[in-house]
Design a protein around this ligand. Sequence first.
Ligand code: ZN
Length: 85
Amino acid sequence: MERPIVDLEALRKIFKDQPDKFTITITSTCVDCDCEVNVDITSTSGGFGLHGGVLVACLPEGFITKCLHCHQVNSNTFKGDELTS
Ligand SMILES: [Zn+2]
């Protein structure tokens, strides 16, 4: 099973660029079902927390996201609580 590719540096950069924010919301479309996904990312001491969706990968042009429904069907995606720095 291939590991999801999520670039921690890309997440850190988002928070660095917006230092007044504790939660960043990424609005994207689900890579599987094409519905709108709003992923709330919170920076925690141990890494990052995700709510509302999951991140599949970080690309230079943006994040690939998946909605929670599709994530449950195919769980080969990244969930925030697995992510530590
Ligand atoms: Zn979906």
